[in-house]
Design a protein around this ligand. Structure first.
Ligand code: SF4
Ligand code: SF4
Ligand code: FES
Length: 258
């Protein structure tokens, strides 16, 4: 039996548009396969050779990227129908029908152009929930509170979030025209509220997710946890915040606060 040799080129099929609300269309590019090639290097080839398979010269494709090592989340897109990072997606392992890969922008964020989306909503939500540890840096505060190894390890799991948006892309509750905060923000509330100093703002953070678009709007479909590339314990965060917001609501009621 003669072993079939791997293809020398593949077809990169890309959904293109000039921005949010503008019409979109598909263009295909033939790209030579190099060993260990990832999607970003294939896009770099297309940027240098913006000619479609039917011979048309087109504008170079636009995408976003930063770290190139699955840490910044900027290169997240929908590859062969699955949301993931394009820097860690290897061409050879993802060819469909032997020679094609499709790329689309995430659908839950406004498209800036082609594969580049605007993830600002996630960063705005981090501001709303006070996603920081409040310390006054103008004078010596002395040693901070100590934590056990176990506490550090629990919190570390949440620190891995790279604000990529995969969990929101997969979430049926998170849409472009609603206020649902989503698993990314829930996980960061759990992260900062379990920090010995960060918990000073715990009540303010819980207040934010007790508003419309908060934790009670989660439908518990669990899609988020299945697609998180950093394997954050998102369902633990959602369950924990469900309990904590209930206690917080009772405390608020008895303290007379609305
Ligand atoms: S459990 Fe479902 S509804 Fe809730 S945040 Fe995750 S994907 Fe969205
Ligand atoms: S929780 Fe996971 S999927 Fe969601 S933004 Fe953070 S790293 Fe990405
Ligand atoms: S470029 Fe940073 S995650 Fe891919």
């Amino acid at each position: 039996m003669i072993a079939s040799s791997p293809p020398k080129t593949f077809i990169l099929k890309i959904k293109r548009s000039l921005g949010e609300g503008k019409p979109s269309h598909w263009e295909s590019f033939e790209v030579p396969i190099r060993p260990s090639m990832n999607i970003i290097s294939a896009l770099q080839y297309v940027a240098a050779n913006p000619v479609t398979t039917d011979g048309k010269n087109v504008e170079p494709v636009v995408w976003d990227a930063g770290c190139l090592e699955e840490v910044c989340g900027a290169c997240t897109m929908v590859i062969n129908g699955h949301v993931r990072q394009s820097c860690s997606c290897l061409v050879a392992e993802n060819l469909q029908d032997g020679n094609t890969i499709t790329l689309e922008p995430m659908s839950k964020f406004p498209v800036v152009r082609d594969l580049w989306v605007d993830r600002q909503r996630m960063f705005d939500n981090l501001k709303k929930i006070h996603g920081w540890v409040p310390i006054d840096g103008t004078h010596d505060l002395g040693a901070g509170p100590t934590e056990t190894q176990e506490e550090q390890e629990q919190r570390y799991a949440y620190s891995r979030c790279m604000t990529c948006g995969c969990c929101l892309e997969a979430c049926p509750q998170f849409t472009k025209d609603n206020d649902f905060k989503g698993a990314q923000v829930f996980a960061q509330i759990e992260y900062f509220n379990s920090h010995a100093t960060g918990k000073e703002l715990a009540a303010e953070r819980l207040d934010v997710i007790m508003e419309p678009g908060g934790i009670t709007d989660c439908g518990n479909s669990q899609n988020c946890v299945k697609v998180c590339p950093k394997e954050l314990p998102l369902l633990d965060a959602i369950a924990s915040l469900g309990r904590k917001t209930t206690v917080h609501a009772v405390k608020r009621f008895f303290s007379g606060k609305k």
